[in-house]
Ligand binder design. Sequence first.
Ligand SMILES: Nc1nc2c(ncn2[C@@H]2O[C@H](COP(=O)(O)OP(=O)(O)OP(=O)(O)O)[C@@H](O)[C@H]2O)c(=O)[nH]1
Length: 391
Amino acid sequence: MDGYLGVIVIVAVVALLAAGGLFLLFRPGRKAPPVKPPEAPTLPEETEKRPAAADEEGEGATTTLPPPVKPAEPLVKEPEVEVPPPSAGRMVRLRERLARSQSALGRGLLELLSRDRLDDEVWDEIEERLITADVGVAPTQAIVEELRTKVKVLGSRTPAEVRNLLREQLLAQINPDLDRTLHVQKHGERPAVVLVVGVNGTGKTTTTGKLARVLIGDGKHVVLGAADTFRAAAADQLQTWGERVGAETVRGPEGGDPASVAFDAVVKGIDQKVDVVIIDTAGRLHTKTGLMDELGKVKRVIEKKATVDEVLLVLDATTGQNGMRQAQVFAEVVNITGIALTKLDGTAKGGIVISVQRELGVPVKLAGLGEGSDDLAPFDPEVFVDAILGE
Ligand SMILES: Nc1nc2c(ncn2[C@@H]2O[C@H](COP(=O)(O)OP(=O)(O)OP(=O)(O)O)[C@@H](O)[C@H]2O)c(=O)[nH]1
């Protein structure tokens, strides 16, 4: 009987233990086994935009798409390369500018010459007008003398005859027969070299940039040399011009040796087989010997590799006699082959064309007629005189 009681007690204990275990297992508050979260709804257009890679991720991949990735904007915009117009006919296109600045001279002279009585007083006035327009004393006297003789022969004059007389005399003084071509022909494999000199502020750097455009417009390949190391902004300015038209600019450190920049530019021009290398110089007029040393060295160094074909003196037409004196100093230290006369749009004293050619014995080859990038033109004497006289 005791044996039976023992078995019953053991069975009761086991049953109690089993019930406790089940309670522990299913007691309230116990976490449920992990359940997959429902997928977020996907908008129809999002589905379309969804990149393939996300589809491949299969179940569990997030459906919250990142915003569409914009193509990265380049930090520095590539400058757009422009194709400048060719040089031919540029002065004709700019004739209006010339006429605006120069026609007062022509109108005044034509009015005086059309008077019935041309006495000494009138001739004095004609002379004065020419001198005021910077024609220079000797050319003025030559013009007046010729006009006096011809007027006497003519007697009564029609307006057309007066105009022709004056046109003839002005043209004779400007001399249409001078060779105004820019010497920019390659020498076999070697590029032509143009050296641009002149006092700071005359428009030297802008003229160098504009000249590059003129030559590129004529189908030439150009390298620029920023040998104006005196002013850092000059190199930047030149480089900007170059970038716009696709001409590489060789530059050196600020205050560096201009001759070394000129040399590097010529070497680059040879390596790249370009047609023309244009070198912008500082040409500071501190002392004549300093200028001579600087430009002399630049020229000598270039000549180790190439020939200097053109030395263009940039002269500001608005500076009158002061500019002429500076031009003379340059002419004494370097062999100038042509003049780029800038700011002809900003002065009525166009007579400087005559006086500067006479003083320096070299032709005006280029005329600056504004601040715009294509406002530099090969100088054309006939267009110039016609702009003075008005058509
Ligand atoms: N109206 C007019 N302005 C011009 C002409 N040529 C140049 N200029 C202006 O003259 C100013 C001086 O030109 P730059 O080219 O900087 O002169 P720069 O001789 O190189 O002077 P530095 O750089 O100081 O050596 C600029 O504002 C030009 O835009 C022109 O033909 N007509």
